[in-house]
Design a protein around this ligand. Sequence first.
Ligand SMILES: *Cc1c(COP(=O)(O)O)cnc(C)c1O
Length: 357
Amino acid sequence: MSATLVEIVKASNLKLKPEDDKLGFGRYFTDHMLVMDYSIETGWTGPRITPYEPIALDPAAVIFHYGQTAFEGMKAYRTEDNRILLFRPEKNFSRLNASSERLSMPPINEEEVLEYVKQLISVEKDWVPTSKGTSLYIRPFIIATESFLGLAASKQYKLVVILSPVGSYYTNGIQPVNIKVEEHYTRAVRGGTGMAKTAGNYCATFNAQTKAINEGFSQVLWLDAIEKKYVEEVGTSNVFFKINGEVHTPELSGSILPGITRMSVIEMLRSWGIPVSERRISIEEIYQSYEEGLLEEVFSTGTAAVISPIGELEWQGRKIVINNKSIGAVSEKLYDTLTGIQTGKIADTFNWTTEVN
Ligand SMILES: *Cc1c(COP(=O)(O)O)cnc(C)c1O
C-alpha cells in the first residue's frame, strides 16, 4: 500500500550523536518524532514528523489518572552493506491494536502507521548506529489525552513514535543470568491486562525486580497469579525450557505477553525439526526434570536481548543449575540465527525482515 507522505517539520538544530560504546539503553533520543491525533469525530488524523519535543497535556488528561495507554518496542538494524532492516514490524502494529482493544482505545491503520514509521526512520537514518550489537530502538505509544476525570474511556488520543539509538546488550559476551522465582508478587492475572503492553503492568514489577537485584539476582521468574504454580515469564521476557530434547514454553493464557521473539523462536525451532510445545508448565515439573538430569537449557526471549540464557534458577531456597551455567547449543544457535537475520548476515528464508529506504 502507498500511504501518503507525512508532513515533516525539520528540527532547526540537530543533536550531537553519542559514541556507540556510550549508548546504553533508552537514554538518547533522535531529532524527530512521529505524532498523530485521534478524536471520536475525526478518527486518526494529522500524521506528522516534528522536532523531538515535550508534549503539552492538560493535567486532567485521562492518561495521568487512569493509565489508559499502550506501547510497543521494536528495532531497526544496520546491515554491513548499509541497509536498514526492521524485524517483523507488522507484528508490532497488530499487537499494538490488540493492546488498544484491551484498554478500550481506538485501533490504528497498521499498514499506514508502519509506512509513517518507515518515513521517520528514513529521516533519522544517520541515527541507526553501526557497531556490532547496536540498533535503533523504536518506541510507538498511544496516550489518552481527553481532559475528563470521569471513569470512562477517553474520547481523544495521541500516537507518538520516538527513536533511541541503543548499545549492544552483550558487551562482554553472552553471560547466563541467575533468576529468582517470585513467590509473593504477581505480574499479571488471566482476564487482566497481562497480554497488553500497558504502563501499569510494568510499574507493578519494579518492587519485585529491585528486591531480586538487591539479593544478587538479575531478574525474577513470574508464576501464575491464581495457583502460584505455573511458570509465566522472566522479567519482561518470554521463557523457554529444553527438557530431554524437546522445547517447552508457557501457553498464551492471557496473562502472558505474546512476544514476537517468542513466536519467531517457536517457528525457527520447528523449522529445524526440534519439537516445541506450548502448554502449562509447573515450577515443580521444572525442578523434577532438573533432579532427573533432563533439564538441558533455559532461556528467555525479547527484542532487547533476543535470547538470554539462564544459568541458575532459585525456587524456595533450592538452586537449579542449568548446563553448568554456560549457554546451551540450541540457545546459541537461536541467538546467532535470529541476530544474523536481523542484521542481514544470514539469508532471511522466513521473509521476516523489511527494508527501510
Ligand atoms: C515486550 C515483552 C516481551 C517480549 O516481546 P518481544 O515482542 O519478543 O519483544 C515479553 N514479555 C513482556 C511482559 C513484554 O512486555
